[in-house]
Design a protein around this ligand. Structure first.
Ligand code: TLP
Length: 345
């Protein structure tokens, strides 16, 4: 097989030559001393783009979410979050284990939202017997809900409900730039009423590493201490932050290409009769397997040179990204069609 078409995740994207060039020539300093000019510029730009006062460069989306939980809560508090959220599904219980909070899940609706009635019913006031619900975590775009971009009015309703109950809101915006692109609004609008938002540079934005956590000045000051506690304080890290600055300048406007490619991929899959894909709003295709077994399909796709991942029983996920062109999508569909044809014979 000459070139494998890797649709397992947008995390597999590789830095371009131009991005590597920006990294190689980055001005650096010791960021724990606050001396790295490139990190400082990235944090300032991220704060501006998310409409927050300040920002903090962190090694990963997982650490960004954990720092947000640590900073918004104290041990023994309760956080409310979606049962399909990344924080609950894929972060190894870090919020419970390391921030010491109770993680109370509410059912995510297929569009990635939560029912505000359920939030009201679940929210608890701290007293002698009960923990207080202090934080609502939402995710946008929503990974397990097929890259759903949460509607702005739902975001507003969720944030105002949480605030009226005395809870802060953290947005896991790992792919919030995809949400902005899908809704055709700036990310600052998507995150407007959220008290904190983290986004990943290492997914659709094409960086090798890094996420940014944004919020008020005071929030980011405590978040910086929590990052240090977790061992996430880095030194001449401008060399990585330079990739982030490059991405925010060059790789945001092109995200809609990934969305168009995902739509094309979903349409092509649907025609094959063995899969029931979503109608992707962004770059994530999730497809239910309606004929055969998901693991067998993943193996036969891989044998044909297309990589995807299992995403729950009888479901797979395929993600488009900066290294996947329209031609690659055509080719992937051709290879998948071959694999389906081979099984049908
Ligand atoms: N998601 C990864 C896997 O962990 C599932 C992927 O391939 O999609 N929030 C959301 C919504 C995410 O999708 C991810 C990564 C993270 C946070 C964590 O980011 P990292 O991997 O940088 O810790």
């Amino acid at each position: 097989m000459t070139n494998v078409i890797d649709l397992r995740s947008d995390t597999v994207s590789k830095p371009s030559d131009a991005m590597r060039q920006a990294m190689a020539t980055a001005e650096v300093g010791d960021d724990v001393f606050g001396d790295d000019p490139t990190v400082n510029r990235l944090e300032a730009r991220a704060a501006e783009m998310t409409g927050k006062e300040a920002a903090l460069y962190v090694p990963s989306g997982t650490m960004g979410n954990l720092i947000a939980v640590l900073t918004h809560t104290k041990p023994g508090d309760e956080i409310l979050l979606g049962d399909q959220s990344h924080i609950f599904q894929y972060e190894l219980g870090g919020a419970a284990r390391l921030a010491g909070v109770i993680t109370r899940t509410l059912t995510n609706r297929p569009d990635g939202t939560l029912d505000t009635g359920e939030i009201r019913a679940a929210a608890r006031t701290e007293n002698l017997h009960s923990p207080g619900s202090k934080l609502l975590c939402i995710e946008n775009t929503h990974n397990r809900c097929g890259g759903a971009a949460l509607p702005l009015d739902a975001m507003d309703e969720l944030t105002s409900t949480a605030h009226s109950l005395g809870m802060a809101v953290h947005l896991d915006g790992a792919r919030v730039f995809n949400s902005g692109a899908a809704l055709n609004v700036p990310v600052s609008r998507v995150a407007r009423h959220c008290d904190s938002v983290s986004f990943c540079l290492s997914k659709g934005l094409g960086c090798p590493v890094g996420s940014v956590l944004c919020g008020s000045k005071q929030f980011i000051e405590s978040a910086r201490r929590n990052r240090k506690m977790l061992g996430g304080g880095m030194r001449q890290v401008g060399i990585l932050a330079a990739a982030g600055l490059f991405a925010l300048e060059h790789n945001v406007a092109r995200l809609s290409e990934d969305h168009a490619n995902a739509a094309m991929l979903a349409d092509g899959l649907r025609e094959l009769g063995a899969f029931r894909p979503n109608t992707p709003q962004t770059n994530i295709v999730v497809a239910d397997v309606i004929r055969g077994d998901v693991d067998d399909w993943l193996r036969s796709f891989a044998a044909a040179g297309v990589l995807a991942v299992g995403f729950g029983p009888q479901r797979m996920r395929l993600v488009t990204h900066i290294n996947i062109s329209r031609t690659d999508v055509d080719e992937a569909l051709r290879r998948i069609q071959g694999a389906v044809g081979a099984v049908a014979v």
